[in-house]
Design a protein around this ligand. Structure first.
Ligand code: HEC
Ligand code: HEC
Length: 362
């Protein structure tokens, strides 16, 4: 399970936060796995290879190390017998989709135009070079730029993006998350706002886009990001990722359910066992295998840092995965919904207390 997930998220290492970087063209090497999932041929018209025959495909998309990073689906129509077809297909990746179209030759390499995209790839342009490998897979190398960032107005500095009240009248981010992403502990809103300081950049950026495009169901954050452009979102994510997290003293009575400190230590102890070892007999995978021994996550793979995150937020989040309210792991093999499905309410309580109590490993 871990392996597949790693795979899914590996590609996110690709881009950086500065404006200069986003203007430069980027390269993304992918492999369409037509070997395990061959195209389905529709032999239309006369039997055999004739004009108008079609190939339909929906196959795993892999990175250079052959880890799954998404899907490759579309259709080719035969236009020249024994030579080439006209194709159109979609690469579905974690942060959006890329649509390509053009003439693909039976042999050698073909240059296919990138015709559009969604999500992070909304204003993409460039080309994809498709090459048929001897094992039946296709290497698809994309070279592209994200044009929107070139034309966007010079972005304001990150701090003013966070502290300013936006034109749409929403609260500033700092109101709930603090200027440095170390939020005050409060009952003012239904939920404790999560700590963002020092969180992994790729993870933050992905979540901000989930909020912007309403893919993450939430009350507090609804509509807050709609008037931020892609570059501003990158800047905000980068800014919070660079802040230092204030590790709270472990007094979970301030932030977990009302109960005694003794109980709290007991919960944290039970949570530690689940976090580090899981529980095979109940089908619970050790959280540590992905989130790391000290909850540091993995910045290259978009696995969030959990270290000392507020228990109230973690508890709410685990429950949200469990009830299927939070679906942001959709393109990650539903990794969190799978991880929490066998946890009961007590397990969630224990894990939340443990996560808040975590300290950096020596
Ligand atoms: C009214 C309070 C409030 C405001 C204003 C607010 N947030 Fe949030 N934020 C929350 C809460 C509560 C959550 C948890 C939401 C959930 O999971 O349902 C959250 C979640 C997040 C997350 C996800 C963190 C994670 O670990 O997954 C990010 C990132 C974030 N906010 C950034 C921002 C930014 C940037 C702004 C300003 C544009 C902002 N927030 C404005 C309360 C707020
Ligand atoms: C196979 C890898 C994997 C395992 C095992 C795993 N996680 Fe996760 N976890 C992830 C990934 C990836 C995400 C980000 C998913 C998303 O974008 O919604 C995540 C997200 C989370 C979040 C949300 C963080 C935030 O800031 O909102 C929490 C909390 C969490 N995991 C806790 C746990 C706990 C507790 C366990 C063990 C019971 C666990 N995870 C097991 C990979 C894993």
């Amino acid at each position: 399970m871990k392996k597949t997930l790693m795979a899914c998220v590996i590609l996110l290492g690709a881009s950086m936060a500065s404006v200069a970087d986003s203007i430069k063209s980027k390269t993304l090497l992918t492999i369409a796995d037509a070997k395990t999932s061959p195209a389905v041929a529709l032999d239309l018209g006369e039997p055999g290879d004739t004009i108008g025959d079609q190939w339909l495909f929906d196959q795993p998309l892999l990175d250079a190390e052959r880890n799954k990073i998404g899907n490759n689906s579309g259709v080719c129509t035969r236009t020249q017998v024994g030579n080439s077809s006209q194709c159109r297909w979609t690469l579905t990746l974690i942060n959006g989709t890329i649509e390509v179209a053009g003439r693909e030759f039976d042999q050698g390499s073909s240059a296919i135009g990138i015709v559009g995209g969604t999500g992070e790839y909304q204003h993409i342009s460039g080309e994809l070079i498709s090459f048929k490998n001897s094992d039946g897979t296709y290497t698809q190398t994309l070279t592209y730029t994200l044009a929107n960032t070139i034309n966007s107005k010079q972005p304001a500095d990150a701090k003013s993006l966070i502290t300013g009240v936006r034109e749409n009248g929403h609260y500033s981010c700092s109101e709930c998350h603090g200027v440095t992403g170390n939020p005050p502990i409060t009952d003012k809103y239904d939920k404790q706002s999560p700590i963002l300081a020092g969180q992994n950049y790729q993870y933050l950026r992905t979540q901000l886009n989930h909020f912007k495009f309403a893919r993450r169901d939430t009350k507090e954050m609804a509509n807050t990001l709609q008037d931020y452009n892609a570059e501003e979102i990158n800047q905000i994510a980068f800014y919070f990722s660079q802040q230092t997290q204030t590790i709270l003293p472990f007094d979970p009575t301030i932030d977990t359910l009302i109960h005694s400190a003794t109980e709290d230590n007991l919960w944290a102890d039970k949570g530690r066992v689940l976090y580090q070892q899981g529980d095979q007999s109940r089908g619970i995978v050790a959280c540590q295998s992905c989130h790391g021994a000290s909850g540091e996550g993995d910045s290259h793979q978009s696995i969030p840092k959990l270290l000392a995150q507020h228990a109230r937020y973690v508890r709410m989040t685990l429950a949200a995965y469990k009830t299927g309210k939070r679906t942001t792991d959709q393109t990650l093999d539903k990794v969190m919904r799978q991880s929490v499905k066998n946890l009961n309410d007590d397990d969630i309580k224990y894990l939340s207390a443990y996560i808040q109590s975590m300290v950096v490993a020596p």
